[in-house]
Design a protein around this ligand. Structure first.
Ligand SMILES: [Zn+2]
Length: 488
């Protein structure tokens, strides 16, 4: 009896030891900061004025080719040309599609693979009727209360203008990049990017260009958004989820509803939808565990212990993460039933019934594997599963976080913004970067602006804004990254 007890005690001590050891080792790879400090002075008010003016051009993209109004885009580009004369005169400019821009800045070493900084000129519309809810009109371009206000302030004109400010200054200072740098500004990201980013990527591919590094929007410096972590966290997206909507259809006989069969087409669809909601996609904790690793000891001890020992605690982690939609989105392909239709009258049996279900696909799954999973879960040969709108987009490739690109970007962020943690975070929305899978080895998604919960709500919503100080920070990060572009 005593020996059994001793055995249990010894095993417990060993287990606790292993758990603690793993916990204390659970942190980002330690790197010494190399490269020079970023000393350049910037006039923040002047930068803010430049972004504010950019917002005043209502470059709203439209899904319909006929309804797309290019006039604001051309006016916007005339403004850019006036503000960034060196960029427009010294860099080679190729106009792609109706309103996209591709600049090529020749580097010193033409044998080195080029890099690409990507952003989009277009913005989403303001929902009609919500204009009065804005503190300042959405297309006035107002600088007030320490913020730059308006549609596009964050998404994505801070990025377009930020990149151009950094390059213009480098040109003014006589800087020649160590390697060739492309700047690409699409005009239709918010409606799929087909005539903008897709065309730019195709053009680069035709020219045989292979990019060493690509940087697009998608991640930001998050403030107060990572539970349990006080420090700001720069979220760098190494990849993004895919997107597909599936239409489930069932056929019935129709007829009068006074003598119905036990189940109508609408009932069959309801059962299929229920099965999908009851059987969510399998969980993959890898991306979340990797993110938590980079938070290291900045997170609460218990949280660090759990994630460091996912081999033991994964059942708990899965339950906790699945319970919150924002964390659930990071661990699996998500299922959202969005549209339903049945009979056109209350007393007529439906001849057809259908549901549309939207899936955001975790890297590892594909459009094809989602269709396969859905068919097996529904398990009903009478229900037809097809692509909705004939559209499906696989997840992007996931960039290597041990690559030079990630390390240098991470160093630049910590140089410009000391006290900021850096962590890889899968992007759950779609960006233009996904179109560059074939031409870019490593694509990352990050703009160095700081967002809290309030600013986050403004993206695609009301009162979109970015703080003057934080926009300047983003510009400095682009500037410093270009200085270090030889190391990428
Ligand atoms: Zn965007």
């Amino acid at each position: 009896m005593k020996r059994v007890l001793l055995g249990v005690v010894a095993a417990t001590v060993v287990l606790v030891g292993v758990l603690l050891l793993r916990t204390f080792q659970f942190g980002p790879p330690t790197e010494e900061l190399s490269g020079e400090a970023v000393a350049a002075h910037w006039d923040e008010e002047e930068l803010a004025a430049g972004l504010a003016r950019a917002i005043s051009f209502p470059t709203v993209s439209s899904a319909g080719v006929d309804t797309f109004d290019y006039a604001p885009f051309y006016a916007f580009q005339t403004y850019l040309q006036g503000r960034f004369p060196l960029v427009f005169s010294r860099l080679a400019l190729e106009k792609v599609g109706p309103a996209s821009l591709l600049f090529r800045w020749q580097g010193q070493d033409t044998s080195a693979k080029p890099i690409l900084l990507l952003a989009h000129q277009d913005v989403v519309p303001v929902i009609p009727g919500t204009e009065p809810e804005w503190t300042y009109p959405p297309f006035a371009g107002t600088v007030a209360d320490g913020y730059i206000w308006g549609r596009g302030a964050v998404d994505d004109k801070a990025s377009v203008l930020g990149i151009l400010e950094a390059v213009e200054r480098h040109l003014h200072e006589g800087f020649v990049p160590p390697r060739t740098v492309y700047l690409a500004f699409g005009h239709d990201e918010e409606v799929g990017g087909k005539r903008g980013a897709v065309a730019i990527a195709r053009l680069l591919k035709e020219q045989g260009v292979q990019l060493a590094f690509l940087l697009d929007e998608g991640g930001v410096i998050a403030k107060g958004m990572v539970p349990g972590v006080e420090q700001r966290v720069a979220l760098i997206g190494p990849g993004e989820k895919g997107y597909v909507s599936l239409k489930l259809s069932a056929r019935g006989l129709g007829g009068h509803s006074s003598m119905p069969p036990p189940q109508t087409a609408a009932g069959a669809i309801a059962r299929a939808v229920h099965r999908l909601e009851q059987n969510p996609f399998p969980v993959d904790l890898a991306y979340t565990v990797d993110f938590m690793r980079y938070l290291g000891d900045a997170q609460p001890f218990a949280q660090r212990l759990l994630f460091a020992n996912d081999w033991l605690f994964s059942p708990i982690l899965k339950n906790v993460l699945a319970a919150d939609p924002s964390t659930n989105a990071g661990i699996r392909t998500t299922t959202a039933v969005t549209m339903l239709s049945g009979s056109v009258r209350d007393n007529v049996l439906p001849i057809t019934a259908s549901a549309v279900v939207n899936f955001r696909i975790l890297p590892g799954d594909t459009v094809a594997s989602v269709v396969e999973y859905v068919e097996s879960v529904i398990d009903d040969p009478d229900i037809d599963v097809s692509l909705y709108d004939d559209f499906g987009s696989n997840p992007s490739s996931v960039a290597d976080t041990s690559s030079k690109g990630f390390q240098v970007l991470s160093e630049v962020i910590r140089r410009v913004s000391p006290q900021t943690l850096v962590a890889p975070r899968l992007v759950v929305a779609a960006t233009d970067a996904r179109h560059f899978n074939e031409v870019a080895i490593n694509s990352f998604r990050f703009v160095g602006i700081e967002l809290g919960k309030r600013e986050l709500a403004g993206i695609h919503g009301t009162d979109e804004r970015v703080s003057v100080a934080s926009y300047a920070e983003a510009v400095k990060i682009y500037y410093a990254l270009l200085t270090r572009s030889g190391d990428l």
